[in-house]
Design a protein around this ligand. Structure first.
Ligand code: SAM
Length: 407
C-alpha cells in the first residue's frame, strides 16, 4: 500500500468491515470502477510526491529529522555470558535472538527460510551461525545433531494460521509449522523449549489444537507453562501481545519458573498512575523524539510488511489503528527508508512520516539493526518479530529457573 491509507477508498468501508483480509485491496476483483480509479490516482499522486521529494524538490521539510529519546538497548542491558546455549528456529529478523543474546546466552545457530532475514542476522552478528534460504528450512534439518549441544530451543512458527487477521485455519493451513518445532524439540531434546506466537493461538478456537499439537506430543517429557506477555510492560512503546509456551525437562526448574514480571507500565498514557516499582513506558511521540502535542500513547501493533498486499510500505493493520495513529499525528503509510527521506517526503496532512529506524525503535530494536535497504522487507522483519526486550526478560526468567534447579 502507498499513501492511500484506509480512508481514501470511496465507500468501500461501508460495504465491508475493513479489518484484516476484509480490507478492500485484498479483493481487487470486487472493486468498483470508481474505487479502482480512486486507488490508481492516489498511487500516482503518492509516486509523484515521492519522486519530487527524492529529487530534492521539497524545499521546506515539514518536520525536522527526529532524534529518538528511547534507546531500546537500555531496556535490555547486556548481561554477562551465562554459558547457556540457544538454538533458534524461525528466527526472522532476530527479535528472539537479540533478546536472548542481550540476556547473556550463547547463540549456537539460527534457522530461517528467508534469505533477507538471514542476511540481517549475519550483518548484525557476523560471528553467529545462520542457516537461511533452503539451508534454513526447518523441515529439512536432522535435529538429532543438536542433542546435548543446546540448553534452550526457541522459535516463533508462522502466525498466519492463527492470526485474527487471517482465515484462522490452524492445522488445515499448510503454513502451520508448529509440528516442525515440536519435531525439533523431540529430536534435539533441549532442557528448555520456547514456542511463541500471536495471541490468536491462545483463544478458545485453538484450545483443542494446542492440546493435540503441543501438549500431547511434549507433556510426557516437558512441564509446560502457557502465558501471554505485553511488550509495553517491558518499556516498548507499542501495543503488542504474544503468547508463549515454555517447557522444562527438569521438574524443579519448571517449579522455579515464573513468567517475567512487568518492569514498566503504560498506565500513565491512559491517565492512570505508574504502579510503585515500575518505570513509565514512553509514548510513541516521546520515544521518537517528536514535539509535545499534548497527547501521547502507545503505537498500535505494527503490521508485518510480509502480510497483506505485496510490497506494502504501511504498518497499519486496522481502522482503529488508523484512528490511533491519527490522534498521534503520525502517518503510518509510505514508511521511508531513513529519517532524512522521511523528513523530505512531506505527508499531505502534515503528520509525521515514519521511517524504518523509527519502526525499529517502536518495536524495541536498536535503530541501526541492519534490516536492509528495502522498506517492505524491513517492515516484514520488524512486524513479524518478538519485541527484543520482551524476549530478554523471558530469557532472564528461564535462566533464573535453571540456576535455582541446579543449586
Ligand atoms: C513470526 S516469524 C518469527 C519471528 C522471530 N521469532 C523474531 O522474533 O524476529 C516466523 C518466521 O518463520 C519463517 N519460516 C517460515 N517457514 C519456514 C521454514 N520452513 N523454515 C524456516 N523458517 C521458516 C518465516 O520466514 C518467518 O520469518
Amino acid at each position: 500500500m502507498n499513501d492511500a491509507g484506509w480512508t481514501t477508498s470511496v465507500g468501500s468501508q461501508k460495504r465491508r468491515s475493513a479489518r484484516g483480509t476484509d480490507a478492500p485491496w485484498y479483493h481487487a476483483r470486487q472493486l468498483t470502477d470508481a474505487e479502482r480509479e480512486s486507488f490508481r490516482l492516489t498511487t500516482l499522486a503518492a509516486q509523484d510526491a515521492k519522486r519530487r521529494a527524492e529529487n530534492g524538490e521539497c524545499v521546506q521539510p515539514k518536520h525536522p529529522v527526529n532524534v529518538p529519546r528511547l534507546d531500546p538497548l537500555k531496556l535490555m542491558p547486556k548481561k554477562r555470558g551465562n554459558g547457556l546455549r540457544t538454538l533458534s528456529l524461525f528466527s526472522g529478523g532476530g527479535g528472539m535472538d537479540l533478546g536472548f543474546d542481550r540476556a547473556g546466552y550463547l547463540h549456537i545457530a539460527s534457522y530461517e527460510i528467508l534469505s533477507v532475514a538471514g542476511d540481517t542476522l549475519r550483518r548484525a552478528r557476523p560471528s553467529w551461525t545462520v542457516h537461511s534460504g533452503s539451508d534454513g528450512d526447518v523441515k529439512q534439518v536432522d535435529w538429532r545433531a543438536y542433542r546435548g549441544k543446546v540448553d534452550v530451543l526457541h522459535g516463533g512458527p508462522p502466525c498466519q494460521p492463527f492470526s485474527q487477521a487471517g482465515r484462522r485455519n490452524g492445522a488445515a493451513d499448510e503454513r502451520d509449522l508448529i509440528p516442525e518445532l515440536v519435531r525439533a524439540v523431540k529430536l534435539s531434546e533441549p532442557p528448555v523449549f520456547v514456542c511463541e506466537n500471536v495471541t490468536g493461538l491462545a483463544t478458545k478456537r485453538f484450545s483443542e489444537y494446542i492440546q493435540k499439537n503441543i501438549y500431547e506430543p511434549l507433556s510426557s517429557t516437558y512441564e509446560i507453562s502457557m502465558f501471554t506477555l505485553e511488550a509495553a510492560d517491558f518499556g516498548v512503546p507499542q501495543k503488542r501481545r504474544r503468547v508463549f509456551f515454555v517447557g522444562f525437562r527438569n521438574k524443579n526448574a519448571a517449579l522455579s519458573f515464573h513468567p517475567p514480571k512487568p518492569t514498566y507500565s503504560a498506565a500513565h498514557l491512559d491517565g492512570g498512575g505508574t504502579p510503585a516499582g515500575l518505570k513509565p513506558t514512553m509514548g510513541t511521540r516521546e520515544a521518537l523524539g517528536l514535539a509535545d502535542i499534548g497527547i501521547d500513547g502507545l503505537a498500535p501493533t505494527i503490521r508485518s510488511g510480509f502480510t497483506g498486499p505485496r510490497h506494502t510500505t504501511s504498518v497499519l493493520n486496522s481502522v482503529s489503528a488508523q484512528r490511533a495513529w491519527e490522534a498521534l499525528q503520525i502517518w503510518p503509510n509510505g514508511v521511508a527508508l531513513d529519517r532524512d527521506r522521511a523528513s523530505q517526503y512531506v505527508t499531505k496532512n502534515g503528520h509525521f512520516r515514519l521511517s524504518v529506524p523509527d519502526c525499529l525503535v517502536l518495536q524495541g530494536f536498536p535503530a541501526d539493526w541492519p534490516v536492509g535497504q528495502t522498506v517492505y522487507a524491513a517492515l516484514g522483519l520488524i512486524g513479524n518479530s518478538v519485541a527484543p526486550p520482551m524476549a530478554y526478560h523471558l530469557a532472564a526468567s528461564i535462566q533464573v529457573a535453571l540456576s535455582k534447579a541446579s543449586s
